[in-house]
Design a protein around this ligand. Structure first.
Ligand code: PGA
Length: 223
C-alpha cells in the first residue's frame, strides 16, 4: 500500500492566537496513531508560527512533519528579508513548498530562481515539494516530490478531475527522479479520496481546507 502524503498549506493566514487554537483543536481531534504510521502529514504554516508547531504539536505527535512555504534561493548572507536553509535549522523543518503559482505570479519567481531554491533546500536536508501548473512546467534536477496544481483549481472550488490529474501525474513521473506526485487545487474532505485512490497520485496539497483543523483532520481520515 502506498504511503500518502497530505500537506496543509496555510499560506499567509492566521494570527498567533488562531494558530494556538488550531493546534489545540487538532491535538484533541487527532487520536489515531495508525494514521501517522500510514500517512505522511505535513503542515506548512506561516514562518513565525514554526516554533509553536514544533513545541506544541510535534512534541506530542512526533510523526508529523513541518514544512515551509518558500525558501531563499541564497545561502546565509546579506539578503534582507530572506529566510534561508541555515535560518531554519533547529525548527524541525523537513519540507519546503517551492514554485507555488502564487509565488510565480505575485513574487515574479522564475524557473531559474526556483531551481536555486531547490538546491538550497536540499543542502539543508529539506525536501522540496515542487509545484507545477501543468506538464509544461520545468522540473529542476533533484526534485523527488511534485505537486500538480492547475491554476484554475486553486481556491476556486473547481478541482481538476481525478482522472486528468492521474494522467498528468503518470506523465510527470516520467521525469527523472520524480517518485511522488501530489494533487492540489480545491481539495476537500468530500473529494480527497477520489484523488488519493488514483493509481499515480501519492497524496494531496491542501490550501483553504487546511485552515480549519476539523476539516484538515477529515481530509486526513478520508484520504
Ligand atoms: P486550495 O489551495 O486547496 O485552497 O485550492 C491549494 C494550494 O494553493 O496549494
Amino acid at each position: 500500500m502506498k504511503k500518502l502524503t497530505i500537506v496543509g498549506n496555510f499560506k499567509s493566514h492566521k494570527t498567533r492566537f488562531d494558530i494556538q487554537n488550531w493546534i489545540e483543536k487538532f491535538k484533541i481531534g487527532f487520536n489515531d496513531q495508525f494514521l501517522l504510521d500510514t500517512k505522511h502529514i505535513v503542515i506548512a504554516p506561516p514562518l513565525p508560527s514554526l516554533q509553536l508547531f514544533s513545541e506544541r504539536l510535534l512534541s506530542s505527535l512526533p510523526g508529523l512533519s513541518l514544512g515551509v512555504q518558500d525558501i531563499s534561493p541564497f545561502s546565509a548572507g546579506a539578503y534582507t528579508g530572506a529566510v534561508c536553509g541555515e535560518n531554519l535549522e533547529g525548527y524541525d523543518v523537513s519540507f519546503a513548498i517551492i514554485g507555488h503559482s502564487e509565488r510565480r505570479t505575485y513574487f515574479f519567481e522564475s524557473d531559474e530562481v526556483l531551481g536555486k531554491k531547490v538546491t538550497e533546500a536540499k543542502k539543508y536536508n529539506i525536501e522540496p515539494i515542487y509545484c507545477v501548473q501543468g506538464l509544461e512546467t520545468v522540473i529542476p534536477e533533484g526534485v523527488s516530490i511534485v505537486a500538480y496544481e492547475p491554476v484554475f483549481a486553486i481556491g476556486s472550488g473547481h478541482p481538476d478531475t481525478p482522472e486528468n490529474a492521474d494522467t498528468v501525474a503518470k506523465q510527470i513521473k516520467q521525469a527523472q527522479g520524480v517518485t511522488a506526485v501530489l494533487y492540489g487545487g480545491s481539495v476537500t474532505a468530500d473529494n480527497v479520496h477520489r484523488f488519493t485512490s488514483m493509481e499515480h497520485l501519492d497524496g494531496v496539497l491542501v490550501g483553504g481546507a487546511s485552515l480549519d483543523s476539523d476539516q484538515f483532520l477529515k481530509i486526513i481520515v478520508n484520504s
